[in-house]
Write a protein that binds this ligand. Structure first.
Ligand SMILES: [Fe+2]
Length: 191
């Protein structure tokens, strides 16, 4: 299991760099860009993340989150997300910073602006980016995105958050047409 050991070592180095960046710079767009650079370097080692090590869900779930690293205080959570053929999330926030980079396949992201103070105003897409090998998105805690996956090929992406998915107990999703906010429960499957 040389590969597993090598992966653990590379993950530990990356997470150490991410902790250092957040500690030195705080949570800013510039800091998240630096964190994205670290995660892109890890994702470029795609030999460490073969699809067979991270099987797709066969129990009806649309995606599976494999925990690669999580601090004892539930901070600095790095997951490998194995997507299935088709998945669309509602626009949502994370209540912590988030960076997503591609390892294999494509994950289309839409970034939104929610007009302030207006309850019945449609969500406005301000940017679209397809996250694939060599690209990534950075989201501040209040930023809103949605994810759209298509096609049968394997999709593996690194998702890193300032805190564990299980701790995202206050996040919100938005109805596309009305902009209405509602509680978005944590993903049930982070293993
Ligand atoms: Fe998200």
């Amino acid at each position: 299991m040389e590969r597993v050991k090598e992966r653990e070592r590379a993950v530990a180095e990356t997470v150490a760099a991410v902790r250092r960046i957040e500690g030195e710079q705080g949570i800013t767009r510039e800091a998240l860009s630096a964190i994205r650079a670290e995660l892109l370097a890890l994702a470029a080692c795609s030999d460490l993340f073969p699809p067979e090590d991270f099987p797709a869900p066969d129990d009806g779930l649309e995606n599976r989150l494999y925990t690669l690293s999580l601090d004892p205080d539930k901070r600095f959570a790095l997951y490998l997300n194995r997507g299935s053929a088709q998945k669309d999330t509602a626009p949502h926030n994370h209540t912590t910073w988030a960076v997503v980079v591609g390892v294999v396949g494509e994950e289309h992201n839409k970034i939104y602006r929610r007009p302030a103070g207006e309850a019945a105003v449609p969500m406005e897409v301000i940017e679209e980016i397809t996250v694939k090998p060599g690209t990534g998105v950075c989201l501040l805690p209040e930023d809103i995105h949605s994810i759209h996956m298509r096609g049968d090929g394997p999709k593996l992406h690194l998702h890193m958050y300032g805190k564990a998915i299980s701790e995202m107990t206050q996040r919100v999703k938005y109805e596309l047409e009305s902009g209405r906010a509602e509680f978005y429960p944590p993903h049930p499957d982070a293993r």
